[in-house]
Write a protein that binds this ligand. Structure first.
Ligand code: SF4
Length: 636
C-alpha cells in the first residue's frame, strides 16, 4: 500500500515558520523511490536542524548506498525547529521525511546518526512527533526499529531505553546486512514479530539490542555486570570496519542543499581512522586503524562530485587530512587541475608542518587565504605530553613563522581546558604561547599586522579512550582558569590587542560529560529534560544547564558521580560490553603513562604497540608509500 505524502498538510504551516525552505526537499541529487518498489524502507535522521544535518557525510553515504540497493529505499528526516514543532503538534502533523514527506512511522527503520550526545533530546522530539512510543518496550509491531549509529553510539547506554538497536563503526556494509535480515524476515511473514527480528539482528554480534542485556548494580551505584538475558545473544557487540575505501566511493551524487547549511562544498573522505594516539580523542581511538583511499579514487571522486553537484569548493576530509601519505601529490594534482577555474580546495581538518605550509599554499592557489588553525590542544609542554599531542613549542613557532613569512596574516590556535592533571599554570601557558606566536610573526614579517586567535574548548572524558577513567574538571575550575587566561591575554600591553580569545563556559561540558559516560539511569534525566522543553542542546541559545541539573535532581541522578569522579581500573564501565577493538589493558596502561607524561608514537610509522584493534577486528593499517610526521593545523 502506498504511503501518502503529508506535504499538503505541512505546506499550510510553512508560511508561519522560519526558514521554511529547509522542510521542502527536492534537492539536486535527492532520491524519491516508489514506496511499493521497496520492501525495506529506512528513514535516516540527523538529529539536528537541516543546516547542520544535510552536510553530514555519514547520513549522505548511507542514503545513497541504501537507495542503490534493489528493493530498499531511504529518505531523510531532520530535527524541526520549535516553531514548526508547535504547529505540527497543534495540527497533528507527524514527523516527516524531506524527500517524499512520508510519515516517519511508516518506515521499517528509523536510523539516527549521533555525532554528539547533545542530539538526544531531538531524537525524543522526532519519536514523539512521529507517534512512535518513546520507550522501546512500549513499541508495537507497526513501529519502526529505532537504530542509533555514529560516534555517540559507542556508548548508547544513556539512550538505551529509547532504542531498539545500535550499531558501532562504519555503516556501509552493516546497513546492507540489516536490510537483508529485515527483507528475509518480512518475506517469511514476520515470524515472531519484532522480538524475533531484533533477535536475528543481535545474534550476529554486529548489532546491539539493549533489551537483550541486563545491567546489575552494586549497592554503591557502580555497575556489577552487564549480561545477555537470552542464550543466543553474544556477551560483546563488535564495531564494523570497512577495509577497502576504494570499493565504497561515496557520495557519488552529492546532495546540494536548498537552504543555507554549515558547509557548502563537496567533501571527499581521503582516509578513515587515526593512530596518532591523542589520548583525549575519541574519534581517533574508535576509528582505528588508518585506511587510506587511493589517490586515483580521490581524483575520480572529486572530478565526479564537482560535475554532479556544481559545488565550487572541494573539501578533503579525514581526522587529519595532511597525514595522507600522498597528500602532497593530491594537493598539487587537484590545484593544477582546477587552476583558473572557480573550484577551490580546502583541508577542513589537517595537520601541517613547514612542508604543509607549502600544502596550504597549494590549496589557497585557487581560493581564499583566510587563516590557518593550529591545534596544540595543551598550553604547556607537560600538558601536551599528558595528552600525547607531540607538538613542541619550537615546532609550533617554526611553523607559524613560516606561515606568516609566506603571507598568511591570521592564525588560530585551538586548546582544551580541564584536561587530566591540568594546573592553573598549564592554562596560563596558553597566553605565553600566543604572545610568542605574535612576536615570531612580527619578527618574520617586520609588520605589526599579525593576528592570532586563541580558541578554547572544554575537555570531556570520552568512552573508549585512555581518559575514560579520568575525573572531569568541574565547571567552576574551568571557568576560573579561563577567566585568569583572559586577564593574562588582555593585560598585556604589547601583544594583547593582537590576540583574539574565544571560549565557552564550562557548564555545557558537564552535561556532555554526563551523557558521554552515563549509563542507563541517565535516560531518566534526558527524558525529564525533554519533557521540560529541552531541545537543540548543541545550540547555546537553546541549551539550559539549569534545566539539566534540575532534571537530574528530580530523578535522583548525581551528576558529579558521573562526571568529576575518577574511576578505578576494575570498575565495570557502562560500555565495556561494546567492543571498539581497543584492548582494555592497553587503554589502562596508556592512561597510567599519560599521568607520567610518557608519549606513544604513531603506529603508521613505528612498530605496532598492540592497542588491540587490528588482531581483534581482523584489520590492518593501510597507507601508501610515503608516510611522514606532520604537525597539527587546519586550513580554514
Ligand atoms: S593494533 Fe597495532 S597497528 Fe593496529 S592500530 Fe593498534 S597499534 Fe596500530
Amino acid at each position: 500500500m502506498p504511503v501518502e505524502s503529508i506535504f499538503h498538510r505541512l505546506e499550510a504551516l510553512l508560511p508561519k515558520v522560519q526558514k521554511p525552505i529547509q522542510y521542502v526537499g527536492g534537492e539536486l541529487n535527492s532520491t524519491v523511490k516508489d514506496w511499493d518498489s521497496a520492501d525495506v524502507r529506512w528513514a535516516l535522521m540527523y538529529p539536528d536542524a537541516y543546516e547542520v544535518g544535510l552536510p553530514n557525510q555519514g547520513v549522505a553515504i548511507l542514503y545513497e548506498i541504501l537507495n542503490e540497493l534493489p528493493g530498499t529505499l531511504a529518505e531523510r528526516t531532520y530535527a524541526v525547529w520549535p516553531d514548526l514543532e508547535a504547529l505540527m503538534r497543534a495540527e497533528g502533523v507527524p514527523q516527516f521525511t524531506v524527500d517524499a514527506h512520508r510519515p516517519v512511522r511508516a518506515f521499517d527503520v528509523l536510523g539516527v546518526s549521533f555525532s554528539t550526545e547533545l542530539g538526544y533530546t531531538n531524537m525524543l522530539t522526532a519519536l514523539d512527533l512521529a507517534g512512535i512510543p518513546l520507550l522501546a518496550v512500549d513499541r508495537g509491531e507497526d513501529d519502526p526499529i529505532v537504530l542509533a549509529g555514529g560516534h555517540a553510539a559507542f556508548n548508547p547506554e544513556p539512550i538505551a531505553d529509547f532504542l531498539d538497536a545500535a550499531v558501532l563503526g562504519d555503516g556501509e556494509q552493516i546497513s546492507i546486512a540489516i536490510s537483508e535480515v529485515i527483507r528475509e524476515w518480512k518475506a517469511e511473514g514476520r515470524p515472531g514479530g519484532r522480538d524475533e527480528l531484533l533477535m536475528r539482528l543481535a545474534e550476529s554480534g554486529g548489532v546491539y539490542v539493549p533489551k537483550f542485556y541486563d545491567v546489575e548494580y552494586h549497592a554503591d551505584g557502580r555497575i556489577k555486570r552487564v549480561a545477555p538475558n537470552r542464550p543466543d545473544v553474544p556477551w560483546r557487540v563488535h564495531k564494523h570496519t570497512v577495509m577497502d575505501l576504494d570499493e565504497w566511493p561515496y557520495p557519488k551524487k552529492p546532495l546540494v542543499p536548498l537552504a543555507e547549511t554549515v558547509h557548502e562544498r563537496f567533501s571527499v573522505e581521503i582516509f578513515r581512522g587515526c593512530t596518532r594516539g591523542c589520548r583525549f580523542c575519541q574519534a581517533g581511538m574508535i576509528t582505528r586503524p588508518v585506511r587510506e583511499r587511493s589517490i586515483t579514487t580521490i581524483g575520480a571522486m572529486v572530478d565526479n562530485g564537482v560535475k554532479q553537484s556544481g559545488f565550487n569548493e572541494v573539501g578533503l576530509l579525514s581526522l587529519s587530512s595532511a597525514d595522507h601519505s600522498e597528500i602532497g601529490d593530491i594537493a598539487k594534482g587537484l590545484a593544477d587541475r582546477y587552476e583558473g577555474s572557480n573550484t577551490s580546495l580546502s583541508l577542513p581538518s589537517t595537520r601541517v608542518d613547514a612542508f604543509n605550509i607549502d600544502l596550504a599554499n597549494e590549496f589557497s592557489r585557487n581560493g581564499r587565504r583566510s587563516g590557518l588553525t593550529f591545534a596544540p590542544e595543551g598550553g604547556s609542554e607537560r600538558m601536551r605530553k599528558v595528552i600525547n599531542k607531540m607538538v613542541t613549542e619550537e615546532d609550533l613557532i617554526r611553523t607559524v613563522t613560516t606561515a606568516y613569512s609566506q603571507g598568511w596574516r591570521q592564525v588560530k590556535l585551538y586548546f582544551m581546558c580541564g584536561l587530566p592533571t591540568e594546573q592553573d599554570e598549564d592554562v596560563l601557558g596558553i597566553a605565553d604561547l600566543a604572545k610568542k606566536v605574535i612576536k615570531a610573526g612580527r619578527e618574520a614579517t617586520g609588520s605589526r599586522d599579525i593576528r592570532c586567535t586563541v580558541s578554547i574548548g572544554g575537555f570531556v572524558p570520552k568512552p573508549h579512550t585512555p581518559f575514560q577513567w579520568a575525573a572531569q574538571a568541574d565547571h567552576e575550575t574551568v571557568d576560573r582558569r579561563l577567566k585568569a587566561l583572559r586577564e593574562a591575554l588582555r593585560s598585556d600591553k604589547n601583544y594583547g590587542r593582537a590576540i583574539g580569545y574565544r571560549y565557552h563556559d564550562g557548564k555545557p561540558s558537564i552535561v556532555e560529560g554526563l551523557l558521554s559516560r552515563g549509563d542507563r539511569r541517565v535516560g531518566a534525566v534526558i527524558r525529564a529534560v525533554w519533557e521540560d522543553g529541552g531541545r537543540f542542546d548543541g545550540w547555546s541559545e537553546h541549551f539550559s544547564y539549569e534545566r539539566w541539573m534540575t532534571a537530574a535532581e528530580q530523578v535522583g541522578v548525581d551528576v558529579d558521580w558521573y562526571t568529576t569522579r575518577e574511576r578505578e581500573e576494575n570498575e565495570v564501565l557502562p560500555w565495556d560490553h561494546l567492543d571498539a577493538g581497543l584492548d582494555r589493558e592497553w587503554l589502562w596502561q596508556d592512561w597510567q603513562e599519560a599521568v607520567s607524561g610518557a608519549e606513544v608514537e604513531d603506529c603508521r610509522w613505528t612498530p605496532c604497540y598492540d592497542c588491540g584493534v587490528c588482531p581483534t577486528m581482523g584489520t590492518e593499517i593501510q597507507i601508501g608509500p610515503t608516510g611522514r610526521k606532520l604537525l597539527p593545523l587546519t586550513v580554514v
